[in-house]
Design a protein around this ligand. Structure first.
Ligand code: PLP
Length: 495
């Protein structure tokens, strides 16, 4: 065992991978990052021969190196099974001159399933390894998709409780229904009167509350996080970039070593950071194209070197990207600050106090791998309609942000490198926006009828996740103020 994780805010904090997964967030509020990124130790050709689970093992063993082979293989086997509606787990679909990497074939039809199917197994295995007997309380803020994927992953997992906070008016009707109908005696879902950033900040505050931590310890509980700040979320996400590349290699679409672009519809910066890590582990990636919706903090950041969250929060048709504080960007900032925890901590406290910070020219010069742009709501709808009409392929509004930004990138650069677009949600999860984009007259139909119409247009069967919620009873109806989040957690835990 040789790889340790450090906090982005305090260089004296150093833990193993399993400890980092258990803790979620470092005690100083920083994020755990690997001390160095290991290089892939199997050739791309060898990986091209392997099914998803084997590729997952080859990637994850490098980063979670205090797990034994047996432990890791068991976690992988339990995660990537028939819960996914295709053996390929993450199939590629060629359309409009790009490869759409469909990451939505899991239980909750969004890409969060890719990591949240395995996180509960990593977490319970990590608890055993570290001789932890407390019940683990997963506290999660969601912009819509993480919540349901975490609930589905952790429901009835022994030794855990899962509490999810979501912005009551900031998720799609289908996302909300998916969450409030969640079964499981250890699952709790609470709407808050605020936006995603409020939920995320609230959760971070609860996780950082030292008094509460003591009370929890006494009662036999400890917190962890299922948000993408947890390294146990990030590591499984590196896998599918390696997998996608090696599929293209395997079917002759690219030659070994050929560089490909990756386009990622971005919110909290977790998914694209995983692609960046994959590149740094030796995957031949050219540009990392960061696609934002109208909450374009990241576009402005890549353009100017100034991160500024002081702006109106826009509710868009891609709600899982309606985020002004992209938590995982901190991991990139730390890296371009030459792993200087003090410098990073300084910038993060500026962000907390003033809502903005700017990076030095030196730091900016290290961002050449990234290209940032954004799509307006009109551009988003237009690309959904165009792909449907030209290709018969229907994408969701998050993926559409990526498709629209990729169009801009191609026009601006004339870059002809092969390109993988992360397709992060099934169009069935956002039927109204998708169907309205294709034809505004669809708006007259009720949500679930829209699903049937989408099925007719796309020829893709209605996923099980949608069938389930047609009749499922609402089991969670608590709504609270942002300031009442902590009280609600205490109530649930009987503290
Ligand atoms: C979470 C999510 C995103 C954003 O991913 P990040 O890792 O937060 O950048 C994009 N699309 C969908 C559908 C999502 O659920």
């Amino acid at each position: 065992m040789s790889l340790y994780y450090k906090s982005t805010r305090d260089s004296s904090v150093r833990v193993t991978a399993s400890q980092a997964i258990l803790k979620g967030l470092a005690p100083d509020g920083g994020l755990f990052v690997p001390e160095s990124l290991p290089m892939l130790d199997k050739s791309l050709e060898e990986l091209a021969e392997m099914p998803y689970a084997k590729v997952a093992y080859e990637v994850m063993k490098l980063l979670l190196d205090d797990f034994t082979k047996e432990e890791l293989e068991a976690c992988i086997a339990r995660a990537y099974d028939e819960k996914f509606d295709t053996k390929e787990i993450a199939p590629l679909v060629e359309a409009d001159g790009a490869y759409y990497l469909e990451l939505f074939h899991g239980k909750t039809i969004a890409f969060k399933d890719m990591a949240l199917s395995i996180l509960p197994h990593l977490m319970t295995t990590a608890a055993k390894k570290n001789d932890i007997h407390n019940e683990i309380v997963i506290l999660t803020a969601t912009s819509g998709d993480t919540g349901k994927a975490a609930l589905a992953g952790f429901a009835d997992v022994e030794g855990t409780k899962i509490i999810v906070f979501y912005p009551k008016d900031g998720v799609s009707p289908i996302q909300e229904r998916q969450m409030v109908t969640q079964k499981g005696s250890n699952a709790y879902v609470i709407g808050i009167k605020g936006n995603f950033d409020d939920a995320q900040t609230g959760v971070k505050n609860i996780l950082g509350d030292k008094e509460l931590e003591k009370a929890m310890q006494k009662a036999g509980f400890q917190f962890s996080s299922a948000n993408s700040i947890n390294i146990g979320r990030l590591v499984p996400q590196i896998v599918y970039y390696v997998y996608a590349y090696t599929r293209l290699l395997g079917n002759g679409s690219i030659k070994a070593g050929e560089q490909v672009n990756v386009v990622v519809p971005t919110g909290n910066f977790g998914n694209i950071l995983a692609a960046f890590y994959a590149k740094n582990m030796g995957l031949p990636v050219k540009k990392l194209i960061c696609a934002s919706n109208e909450n374009k903090v990241l576009y402005d950041f890549f353009k100017t070197g100034v991160y500024d969250r002081n702006r109106p929060f826009v509710l868009t048709t891609s709600p899982s990207m309606d985020i002004l504080i992209s938590s995982n960007l901190e991991r990139l900032i730390y890296r371009i600050a030459e792993n200087d925890a003090g410098k990073n901590a300084g910038l993060m406290s500026e962000l907390k106090e003033k809502g903005c910070y700017s990076i030095t020219d030196d730091m900016r010069s290290q961002l050449a791998d990234f290209y940032g742009n954004y799509a307006t709501e009109e551009e988003n709808a237009a690309v959904i309609k165009r792909l449907y009409e030209q290709e018969g392929y229907i994408i969701d509004p998050h993926t559409a942000v990526a498709a629209a930004v990729y169009d801009k990138y191609r026009r601006e650069t004339n870059d002809t490198a092969k390109t993988i677009i992360a397709s992060t949600a099934s169009p069935y999860k956002f039927t109204r926006s998708v169907m309205n984009a294709i034809n505004p007259e669809h708006d007259a139909l009720p949500d679930l009828d829209l699903a049937d119409e989408l099925c007719r247009l796309s020829g893709v069967a209605v996923p099980q996740a949608i069938e389930e919620i047609r009749t499922a009873p609402v089991l969670h109806d608590t709504v609270c103020e942002v300031g009442e989040m902590c009280e609600n957690v205490k109530k649930i835990l009987g503290l």
